[in-house]
Ligand binder design. Sequence first.
Ligand code: NAD
Length: 421
Amino acid sequence: MSLAQPEKELSVFESMAARFDVAARKLNLDDGVTRYLRTSNREILVHFPVIMDNGKLEVFDGYRVQHSIARGPCKGGLRYSPHVTLDEIRGLAAEMTWKCAVVNIPFGGAKGGVVCDPSKLSMGELERITRRYTAEILDYIGPERDVPAPDMNTNEQTMAWIMDTYSMNVRHTVTASVTGKPLDLGGSAGRREATGRGCMIAADQALKRFGWRPEATRVIVQGLGNVGSQAARLMHESGYKIIGVGDITGGVFNTSGINIPRLLDYVGQYKTLEGYEGGDNIGAQEILEQDCEVLLPAATESVITSKNAHKVKAHLLVEGANSPTTPPADDILFERGVFVIPDILANAGGVTVSYFEWVQDRQGYFWSEATINDRLKQIMVSAFDGVVSFSEKHKVNNRIAAYMLAIDRVAITLKLRGIYA
Ligand code: NAD
C-alpha cells in the first residue's frame, strides 16, 4: 500500500510562519527577536548508505532540524515517509518549540525525518536505516541536547534501536536519549496513550464550557495510528459516541455509534478498514464532512483546507495531528464559529508524557500510571485554560492565542539569557 498525500495549499513551514507572524505582530515582538524565532537554530541533512536485504546498497536522505534551545534541550519526533521534506520538518520543529512552551515544559523544539517508504521495507532494513541515521546525527542528540520520539511510521521499536545505537557509541546505557521507548527499556507508563488522552482531556474541557455531555456528543476520528486509535478508544470508554473513523484505507460511518474495541481489533488483525461490517463505507476525506459535534483529525497535515473547511459540520475541532488545518481554512472555521483546539495544545499530551519519561529516566525512579495520568491532566487543563483566557483577553482565535502564549514564554527566556556573542 502506498501512502497517499493530500494536496497542500501551504507547506507546513508556510502555515507555521503565517501563524507565527500574526502572533508576533500582536505581541509587538522586537523585529530581531521575530527573525530569530522564525528561523531554525540548526538544520542537519544527511545522506547515508544502507545494505538492503537483496545485498544492494541504497542511499537514504535524513533530516534533523533543531528549532530552539532557549528553554531547554530540543524535543521532537522522527517520521519515516516517502514524502517527507526539509520544509515540512522545519515547520514541525518550530511547532514543537511552541507546543512545549504552551504546556510549559522545559524543552525547545526539533523534528526529524527519513525519506523512505516503511510499507516496502523489512524489519531488518528499517533497523539498519534507523541505526545508521542515528549514527549520522549522533553528535547532535542526547538527553541534554535533543531527544527524539516516535511520529508517523516510527514506534517504540524504532526508539529502542536509537537508544541502543546512541548507548553503544557513548559506551554506557542512556535511556533518556529518546522517549516513547518500550516499558522494559525505561519507557513510561501511559506514554502510548498520552497523545490520545491529551486530546480527550482537551475535548472534555471544551465540553464543560459548552455544557455538553459526552453521551450526547458525536465524534469523528480521522487516523487510527497511535493518536487516533487511543483517542477513539479512550473517548469511547468515557461515553462519547464515535460515529465515524477513517484511515488511509478508507472510512466507516455509523450514526448509531461504532463499537471501537471491535473495530480496533479488526484493524489490528487486517491492517485495513476495508471489509469492516459495523457501518457504512465512506472515503477517508469524506469522513471529515459528516455531521457531528467533534471532529478529531489524527492522521496527517493539511487535510482541512480552503477547499473543504466550509463543509466541516463539527462545532469542535480537536487537532490530534500536527498541522491538519491550513491558515486559509482557519479563517473559514473561525468565521463559522467552530471552536478549534489547535494542534500545539490538543496533541501536547504526547510530549508532556515524553517529558515525564525523560525525568523518570534521569531519576532512575518510575511513577505509577495513575500519577502520570493525573499530572498529565493537570498540565493539559492548565494549558487549555491559559490558551482560552489568552484568546478572550486578546480577542484572537485559540490558535493565535496558543502561538502568542508560547512565543511570549520563549521570548522571556531569550531576554533573560541574553544573546551570547
Ligand atoms: P501513525 O503512523 O501511527 O498513524 C497515522 C494514521 O493516519 C494511520 O491510521 C494512517 O492510515 C492514517 N493516515 C495517514 N495518511 C492519511 C490520509 N491521507 N488520509 C487518511 N488517513 C491517513 O501516526 P501517529 O503517531 O498516530 O501520528 C498521527 C499524527 O499525529 C501526525 O500528524 C503526528 O505528527 C501527530 N502527533 C503524533 C504524536 C504521537 O505521540 N504519536 C504526538 C503529537 C502529534
